[in-house]
Design a protein around this ligand. Structure first.
Ligand code: AMP
Length: 215
């Protein structure tokens, strides 16, 4: 099963990806996570991407395509994958499906959330810099206060979750990523869920779509 999770930043793609990954036994490829790790480890990719990510803009289509192609070579991707945060532009979507790259997509789940909800979610988001687990100060607080439940690390606010960067990321989303819903709708592989509902309700919608695809 090869699936893409689409939606604005903070829609809950990462959270749903974890659940899907467990259920389907296939890995999640989160380009944002890969790039953040590259920045932390000061790799050549990290050095190129650092300023761009901190401004809330997109890294180049070519760079991100190479990152994904590289990750897909790993053995654990042979039975399928969940793409979280890729593709994010029409160019990326077209490049991945080209004969040369041949990165398959069986279906796409679009998590639909309003801008107001996104601003409130991202401004309350806290992440563990060590294991990547995500929390929210109101809706999903850590039971260990300002520390990660999984590894005890002190939680942080992502640099790109600052108020002005959130607005820029939303602008970038509407300009460059939102048109992908039409692109996949035309291919008849787009399924949209209401992302503003409770976490469990969103998961139920997502699992329902996946269940129907497997039949
Ligand atoms: P995310 O964790 O998915 O919100 O991604 C964080 C940041 O990583 C984005 O704001 C971009 O700067 C960069 N990024 C992640 N995925 C992509 C992509 N497919 N294309 C371009 N930039 C990306």
């Amino acid at each position: 099963m090869k699936l893409v999770l689409l939606g604005p930043p903070g829609a809950g793609k990462g959270t749903q990806a974890v659940k899907l990954s467990e259920k389907l036994g296939i890995p999640t490829i989160s380009t944002g996570e890969i790039i953040r790790n590259a920045i932390k480890n000061e790799t050549p990719v990290g050095k190129i991407a650092k300023d761009t990510i901190e401004r809330g803009e997109l890294v180049s289509d070519e760079l991100v395509l190479e990152i994904v192609k590289d990750r897909l070579k790993d053995d654990d991707c042979k039975d399928g994958y969940i793409l979280d945060g890729f593709p994010r532009t029409l160019a990326q979507a077209e490049m991945m499906q080209s004969v040369e790259n041949n990165i398959g997509v069986d279906f796409v789940i679009n998590i639909d959330v309003s801008d107001d909800e996104i601003v409130s979610r991202l401004s309350g988001r806290r992440v563990c810099p060590s294991c990547g687990k995500t929390y929210h100060v109101v809706s999903l607080p850590s039971s260990c206060g300002d520390k990660c439940e999984a590894c005890g690390e002190k939680l942080i606010v992502r640099k790109d979750d600052s108020p002005e960067v959130i607005l820029n990321r939303l602008k970038v989303y509407h300009e460059l990523t939102a048109p992908l819903t039409r692109f996949y709708d035309e291919q008849k592989i787009l399924y949209t869920v209401k992302g503003a509902e409770s976490l469990d309700a969103v998961t139920a919608q997502v699992m329902d779509i996946v269940g129907r695809q497997r039949r």
